[in-house]
Design a protein around this ligand. Structure first.
Ligand code: FEO
Length: 176
């Protein structure tokens, strides 16, 4: 049975992951408004990935005999001064999520919740990837500055990110 403290923190994490999804959907909408369709697409893929992260915690709480207690989701931000600022925010947000996963890991060790260590090890690895991706794109767009031709080139590259098959965030997968 999951400890009270870990259950509470994991329920918080379900909220953080769903708020991440909402934030990236919001960034996607911002990029769409600038006709940066590749960046908008990347963010939709990411929004889906975050809902899967939330569900991983959701299922784990139940699997450990706990109770999922859903919380209010807040829209963290809905507008940005520039695409650079949006990507910098994405990187900062991933650093924040990493700090939350580290806190959860510390709780599992203090409470001897060894059964939750594998899932948190998965998330620690996932966060390395998430920070690397957002940090790299953030640095690349900072290098491009105001050069619209180069930004469009990066936008095209980001359009190649594949959706998880059957993702409801993929407009081509929705029922017609
Ligand atoms: Fe689920 Fe991007 O952290």
């Amino acid at each position: 049975m999951i400890s009270e403290r870990l259950q509470k923190a994991m329920n918080e994490q379900v909220k953080h992951e769903l708020e991440s999804s909402y934030l990236y959907l919001s960034m996607g909408s911002y990029f769409q408004s600038l006709a940066l369709d590749g960046m908008a697409h990347w963010m939709r893929c990411q929004a889906h990935e975050e809902t899967m992260h939330a569900m991983k915690f959701f299922d784990h709480i139940n699997d450990r005999g706990g109770k999922v207690q859903l919380q209010d989701i807040h829209l963290l931000k809905s507008n940005w001064k520039s695409p650079i600022e949006a990507w910098q925010d994405a990187y900062k947000h991933e650093q924040f999520i990493t700090s939350k996963i580290q806190e959860l890991t510390a709780i599992t060790r203090e409470d001897k919740e060894y059964s939750s260590e594998p899932i948190l090890a998965w998330f620690l690895n996932e966060q390395i990837e998430e920070e690397t991706n957002t940090s790299k794109i953030s640095t690349q767009i900072e290098m491009l500055g105001e050069n619209s031709a180069n930004i469009l080139f990066l936008d095209k590259e980001l359009a190649t990110r594949p959706f998880t098959p059957g993702s409801p965030f993929d407009p081509t997968a929705l029922p017609q």
